[in-house]
Design a protein around this ligand. Sequence first.
Ligand code: ATP
Ligand code: MG
Length: 570
Amino acid sequence: MRYSQLLLPTLKETPAEAEVVSHKLLLRAGFIRKITSGVYSYLPLGLAAVRKVERIVREEMNNAGAQEVLLPMVQPADLWIESGRWEKYGPELLRFKDRHQRESCLGPTHEEVITDLVRREVHSYRGLPLNLYQIQTKFRDEIRPRFGLMRGREFIMKDGYSFDASEAEAGKTYETMHYAYHRIFSRCGLKFRAVEADTGTIGGSFSHEFMVLADTGEDTLVICRKCTYAANMEKATAMEPAAPSEEVALLPLAKKETPGKRKVEAVTEFLGITPRELVKTMVYLADGKPVAVLVRGDHEVQPVKLKNLLGAIDVELADDKQVFDATGVPTGYLGPVGLTIPVVADREVARMRNFVVGANEKNFHCLNANLGRDFEVERVADLRMVTAEDRCPLCGAELELTRGIEVGHIFKLGTNYSEALNARFLDNEGQERPFIMGCYGIGVSRTVAAAIEQNHDKDGIIFPLPIAPFQVVLLNLSPNDEAITAAAEGLYTALAKEGIEVLLDDRDERPGSKFKDADLIGIPYRVTVGKSFAQEGLVEIRKRATGETVSLPLAQVAAELGARIRAELA
Ligand code: ATP
Ligand code: MG
């Protein structure tokens, strides 16, 4: 491809709307353009990177025995009513009526459609196992579309769905997909980690997220420094707290004036204690209803755990007014003793003795509160975020907290959808059974953004070779010089003959801006034909990732690059 003919509108300035580096660079490098909130056009280089990821995904899915289909984007409400999700999915589901007033939605995911297809077409165990996938544009009306391709409203996803006859077979399929995902993200050239993920109210332990490791990731990962334990913060647990010591005598509950002290630090400093000796009372609204959550002073509530415990669709932290409306107490002085709204406690609180809590009265706290003696709670459960001080729940070793971007999610669904949609087959004994399902997603467009979050420097993108839009950018530094141009054109042909994907920068631009653009768009190898060719017959090869350069005679360049690229992709 010739740069002079390519729609590649690079920008010198960073657009003000972009907060994260991948968004900034995708815009600056001329890969995407926004049309409206969370909806983007892909320009040629953006699309080329997406296609690279798609190709790897396709090859690995096909290798794993999955078959590609393409399902409709417009889906009838009836199917979603049947599955129960028309009610549950919430405003992320974009709903509309057609000219006949039939309700429909734009597919945010395709469990309903695929289950409907399979219940119509597959009736016997002989048709199983079946694993179908598609690569398609999804629409989710995200509440906060942001970060460019990282969280769009319209985005490209690979979604796959498996149908098995038995739990054992479904387990095997899950493992096959787990392995395929490992292959996919390894082949994309990304540093990633598979972590245990929250399975929501569906339950079960069979869900893993594939996380690209990057400091800018929205997710926190909890990883054991010693064993294989790795989980998303939403799901991660710490080693169980020790049982409460019987020897500690319970002291009498005492009210204490703590004038103006509302925050944990202020209260503990005032009382001369540590946050580990205090219990915070946090009020959440679970589907609109207030509930108080008790956690140790130095711990934070994990809202997803709370949501799962309560079986709620949505939980959010109450603001000061909502707290006051629900309890009559100003925030900062709330405590479980005598509180009238439902109270749940983190399991760590259940082993504490003689702790400080709010007294449900402005400017007062209680000393020596004890669960069971001074107040009761409805449930005790693991409700908090793991911290770096915690220990691995499996082996007791130290934990590391790090950040990641979710690019893939695999999930054992069981019979949730097949039961709801009455999708059944006859087993080998002639018995009717619901299909056992799994689902497997990859954020294809998000993967491109995540690759950039992980691989960039101050000058621009540093694409991993397997997903780079071009493998080589060839700079002709003097398009007006006949000898240099002839050499560059000859090399362009020779590189193409080697099977290399090459972008020839044949523009009539200053060398400086050619170097800048080459760095910005992140092509793994830069080849320069310029002054040293005119003087010594040498062409420079520079590796974008390391900056290392070599100069070779023109005739050797194509073979050298061909060998390097083949070796790297092997
Ligand atoms: P998230 O927690 O980030 O919203 P999710 O759990 O809703 O993700 P899934 O329903 O599992 O995501 O979708 C499969 C994959 O699609 C995700 O792993 C992610 O890579 C991608 N994805 C989900 N939502 C978006 C989005 N708004 N923009 C881009 N990619 C997305
Ligand atoms: Mg989501």
